[in-house]
Design a protein. Structure first.
Length: 245
């Protein structure tokens, strides 16, 4: 299902998360980090504060993590997700897992995290799309068969994230990311994109030829996917709702 929605991407996404949390006694959420999902997390925190939803019994796994930032760094994704979501809802820290980008043995850490995600069986995976079409930190050219591994970040990804670090040079060069095959195992993919800068990546993901040059094309190979776009991100796609045709 693809919806290009004038307002309400965060609110519609929150509805889907809320329904999923209610649908099972042991929900497992896959969490992305980044500007795209901030509105969704704020909406979930808002609904929790008003008693409209609960994460009781839920667990969460993160998609990716920078390498070598240090445990206390504010941009470490495990810290970002605490600040934006988990510190404000009924989800205990021990129930939120992320790859450790500061592990001494990163190869071993990738094997550990791949097994952890497999065992966790993610029910709903929240995803943003990078400006270059990346998913998590699977940069263009990543194989659809890829597993959790250390990747070198593309220069445009580092440039896109420079604003969080005070400059492009401070952005780490490497990250640990779930692979595209790892992400594929989730039962339902919820893909969000907003803003003009994502329009090209969205068009490539939804309408370009299937192939790993654009990792986000993975979503066309999965049976259960919801894509929520604001009008700016949707402006280059040919798809229109039947009512608009
Ligand atoms: C980031 C993250 C992804 C995110 C994507 C889009 O670098 N690794 O998980 O979904 O790239 O980021 P943003 O939402 O900030 O545009």
């Amino acid at each position: 299902m693809v919806e290009a929605d004038p307002a309400g991407v965060a609110s519609k996404a929150a509805d889907l998360v809320q329904n999923y949390l209610r649908s099972t006694s042991e929900p497992v959420l896959g969490l992305a980090t980044g500007a795209t999902v901030e509105g969704l997390y704020a909406e979930l925190v808002h609904r929790f504060a008003r008693g409209r939803l609960s994460f009781a019994g839920a667990r969460a796994v993160l998609l990716d993590e920078y390498v070598g930032l240090g445990y206390g760094h504010p941009q470490r994704y495990s810290n970002v997700i605490r600040r934006q979501l988990t510190d404000h809802v009924d989800l205990a820290g021990r129930d939120v897992c992320s790859p450790d980008g500061d592990a001494r043995d990163l190869a071993e850490e990738c094997v550990r995290y791949e097994a952890l995600v497999r065992r966790a069986r993610v029910g709903l995976q929240i995803l943003g799309i990078g400006r270059n079409g990346h998913l998590a930190f699977n940069e263009p050219g990543s194989s659809f068969d890829s597993r959790t591994r250390v990747v070198r970040l593309a220069e445009d990804t580092r440039a896109a994230n420079a604003r969080h670090f005070g400059g492009p040079r401070q952005v780490p060069r490497y990250a640990v990311t779930q692979g595209l095959a790892t992400i594929s195992r989730a039962a339902h993919l919820l893909v969000l994109a907003g803003g003009r800068a994502k329009a090209e990546a969205v068009r490539e993901a939804l309408e370009g030829p299937i192939g790993a040059e654009v990792p986000a094309r993975l979503i066309r190979r999965r049976p259960r996917v919801t894509v929520l776009l604001d009008p700016e991100a949707a402006r280059l796609i040919r798809y229109r709702r039947p009512s608009q045709m």
